[in-house]
Design a protein around this ligand. Structure first.
Ligand SMILES: [Zn+2]
Length: 371
């Protein structure tokens, strides 16, 4: 524990706010328009917004913070509160900006990172408005690929997921769109449990219900199209870094052993994330490796090994970790000269279970080039 303040402070004191609230403030994670929307990614006065986060059950009011200062703040009571979300109707006076959640007893959240866009006037006049959320999607990450659809009138459409390189239709979804309500389709990079190849994909939206072959190259033009890149790894060191050479390289001869990974130097404390999700095989301390973690990559036969972490990773052995999820910090525990990540890749069947280490440098540089 960093400090024991909780033991001596009165239970009702809320540090920093000066208030005395019984409830913990909510934390807003995302905001989306779900009905009577202006466009697929914008609201208007009268729109129904869903504000998602944690601790939302106690939230009584949402404040639309607008631009700077309090003059343009607009507060509205929630129409429905659930554990992980509340619904509110956008008040007439609200302007684009961040939100704050206020509990029944006055406990206030910090301003959301998420920004709600509020349009006045006509908004989009298109019969169908489509928005693809995120330009890059990591396989097995917390955030899947997503397309939001908004129609002015009720309509039936088919969303096709197309692999751009060969035009293959990977899968399709029939969607019945209600007027001015946003419908979302998500895709996690798998088809029937199998990881799909990386590369460019598009959501293509066609009028009408699903018809076999209706989305082939000769088919009528899509009503709307939006693309994203599917990638399978993220660079694990999330800060300034440099690649060592010589003794830092894979295969370097060291006293009594061969270097089985590549060292990436970064300041101690730089966040480390899982290059690929999977299952935590090991989370241990060892005299030369220091604090280290071995992750069996999801959908691969490859093991991913991270050494010299500053502290023991919070992940439990056997836990599922997602691509990009925090696994700890760069450190210099164990036999390490200078703060660095010692990174290893092992092919099937894995780390010290019959697999062999492979030189990870080309992969690290590839992941580093886009993430
Ligand atoms: Zn090393």
């Amino acid at each position: 524990m960093a400090c024991g303040a909780g033991l001596i402070a009165p239970a009702t004191a809320s540090a920093g706010s000066g208030g005395a609230f019984a409830s913990a403030p909510a934390k807003i994670k995302s905001v989306s328009c779900v009905a009577r929307c202006a466009t697929a990614d914008a609201a208007k006065p009268g729109s129904l917004l869903r504000v998602r986060g944690s601790g939302m059950r106690e939230v009584a009011k949402i404040v639309f913070l607008g631009g700077g200062g309090h003059a343009d703040n607009a507060t509205v009571r929630v129409s429905k509160a659930r554990r992980n979300s509340v619904d509110v109707t956008v008040p007439d006076k609200a302007t684009s900006g961040r939100l704050r959640a206020v509990n029944g007893d006055g406990a206030r959240s910090v301003a959301s990172r998420a920004v709600v866009s509020i349009q006045r006037g006509a908004g989009s006049s298109a019969a169908l408005d489509v928005r693809v959320v995120g330009r890059r999607v990591y396989y097995d990450a917390a955030r899947p690929a997503r397309v939001d659809l908004l129609a002015r009138r009720a309509m039936l459409v088919t969303v096709a997921l197309v692999r751009v390189i060969d035009g293959a239709v990977v899968t399709t979804w029939p969607v019945a769109l209600a007027p001015e309500a946003v419908s979302s389709i998500t895709w996690d990079g798998r088809i029937e449990g199998v990881a799909q190849p990386v590369g460019r994909y598009e959501f293509r939206v066609f009028a009408g219900g699903p018809a076999p072959g209706a989305v082939a190259a000769s088919a009528p033009a899509a009503l709307a199209t939006g693309g994203f890149d599917l990638v399978d790894h993220i660079f694990p060191v999330r800060g300034r870094h440099s690649y060592g050479s010589g003794q830092a390289a894979f295969g370097a001869q060291r006293s009594g052993h061969t270097h089985q990974g590549h060292d990436v130097f970064a300041r101690c404390g730089t966040p480390l994330v899982a290059a690929r999700g999977g299952v935590v095989k090991l989370n241990k301390f060892e005299r030369s490796a220091g604090n280290y973690v071995v992750i069996d990559g999801e959908g691969t036969d490859v093991d991913y090994v991270y050494m010299h972490l500053q502290e023991r990773s919070p992940l439990a052995q056997g836990a599922r970790v997602l691509t990009g999820q925090r696994i700890g910090n760069v450190g210099d525990t164990g036999d390490a000269r200078g703060c660095h990540l010692h990174f290893e890749l092992w092919d099937a069947p894995g780390w010290y279970t019959g697999g062999a280490p492979i030189d990870p440098l080309v992969f690290l540089k590839l992941w580093d080039s886009y993430s």
